[in-house]
Design a protein around this ligand. Structure first.
Ligand SMILES: C[S@@+](CC[C@H](N)C(=O)[O-])C[C@H]1O[C@@H](n2cnc3c(N)ncnc32)[C@H](O)[C@@H]1O
Length: 411
């Protein structure tokens, strides 16, 4: 009812703001989660406001107070940033997938660079030069993989097929088309959605759908074999397994990793967490010998098959946990580069200890999660490495996600 008081959630902490209090705020920065940051009042209380941009004055509605900050929803932009643009997707702001469609692309890159600088200061305690972010050749329609979900049908009817709603843990938003996904994925999504809806009552629980585009088609079965060409190397892998999701930036990405890995003149390369062999195989031409290691048996079988099919003979792939590689190879550490590309949780102490004992002269650390990368970097600095280069890559335009390559050399 208009004018009626909002119902205050039972556990709401009323300090320093009342529930749904509206405050005018000046946004001064963006967190690495893509959320606008303001400071309010004399005590400079921090308020986080999603979809508000640096430099803007906004009206925001408080919905949660924590011990040292509050969270608010954007009600209205009072004074917009000159970098505010019209989002392409009608679901922007409702869907939790994208954070930056309202932000000029060149500014997204400026802020992603700044976020890496701030994480290096805050988590590693250093002021390191961060290179300008390398842009994706495509700002939209770049994603080669989409995984929409649906929940258990109610009364035999499926409701939304899509992604998590902004700020929610369970609620989904229905997505008919996603403008960051490749065109062929969106074309295929129409039929996939219709098919799932027509079988609505047969699902006993919710599920995640797969749409994986490769150089030939769009796969919807996770066991299907996908094929992708990168810098003249053909990769085959299972459609449901890990493979980088932005094929347009991939050649720049792999050539950069190779250049960084080979820059010290090393003869040997270890590709740790190698998946189906992306870095090992695209870098093999720059090294005498390469060894890759990966915990997924299926992925390592593909890596071996990919080496064979591409006639790359100086690469050996091993199935195991990454730290096992240091027992397995005979390479001298002083002439070896180690590429590390772990999952989002980062590397682990055992790996770092074994790497220290092996003593590679160069490490190229590739990560899609700067927070765990920074945690691990701190360890690398403590065991005698120094940072040579920090290069973010924008594999995920319009979103807060960021890929970062840090090159280290033994001090
Ligand atoms: C971010 S992916 C990178 C894959 C590959 N470098 C690429 O770009 O295609 C991380 C990989 O690490 C693997 N992985 C996870 N934990 C591992 C571990 N303890 N040891 C080795 N590999 C692991 C995963 O199976 C996954 O293939």
């Amino acid at each position: 009812m208009p004018g009626s008081r909002p119902r205050v959630p039972a556990k709401f902490n009323p300090h320093p703001f009342a529930y749904h209090e509206e405050v005018e705020l000046q946004i001064h920065s963006l967190t690495n989660l893509g959320v606008g940051v303001a400071r309010h009042g004399e005590d400079q209380w921090v308020v986080f406001v999603p979809f508000a941009l640096p430099g803007e004055t906004v009206l925001a509605r408080i919905f949660r107070n924590h011990k040292s900050y509050s969270e608010a929803d954007l009600v209205r932009v009072i004074d917009p940033s000159p970098n505010r643009v019209e989002p392409v997707c009608p679901l922007f702001g409702t869907c939790g997938g994208c954070q930056y469609q309202n932000f000029k692309y060149s500014e997204q890159l400026v802020w992603k660079r700044r976020q890496v600088e701030e994480l290096l200061q805050r988590m590693v305690g250093i002021e390191a030069e961060v290179q300008p972010v390398i842009a994706s050749p495509k700002e939209y329609h770049y994603r080669s993989k989409l995984t929409p979900h649906f929940q258990k049908p109610r009364c035999g009817e499926l409701s939304e097929i899509g992604f998590l709603k902004q700020g929610r843990r369970y609620d989904l938003v229905d997505v008919e088309s996603c403008p960051i996904a490749m065109d062929q994925i969106n074309e295929r999504l129409i039929g996939v959605r219709a098919d799932v809806r027509s079988r609505g009552s047969s699902f006993k629980r919710g599920a995640t759908l797969l749409l994986r585009a490769d150089k030939n088609t769009v796969h919807t079965e996770s066991d299907a074999i996908a094929e992708e060409d990168v810098e003249g190397v053909t990769f085959r892998f299972k459609a449901g397994e890990f493979f980088q999701n932005n094929p347009y930036i991939l050649p720049k990405f792999t050539s950069f990793v190779r250049e960084q890995a080979a820059a010290g003149g090393n003869k040997y390369l270890i590709d740790a967490y190698c998946g189906s062999g992306l870095f090992g195989l695209t870098s093999a031409r720059a090294f005498d010998q390469v060894a890759g290691i990966e915990v997924s048996e299926a992925a390592i079988d593909w890596a071996k098959a990919n080496a064979k099919a591409n006639g790359i003979e100086n690469v050996r792939f091993i199935n195991g946990s990454a730290e096992a590689i240091f027992q397995d190879v005979q390479f001298p550490g002083s002439e070896t580069t180690v590429i590390i590309d772990p999952p989002r949780k980062g590397s682990n102490q055992m790996f770092i200890d074994q790497l220290q004992a092996f003593g590679p002269s160069r490490v190229v650390y590739v990560s899609c999660n700067p927070a765990t990368q920074m945690r691990d970097l701190k360890e690398f600095l403590e065991i005698g490495y120094e940072i040579e280069n920090v290069q973010p890559f924008d594999l995920f335009p319009q979103t807060r996600h960021l890929e970062c390559i840090v090159t280290l050399r033994k001090a």
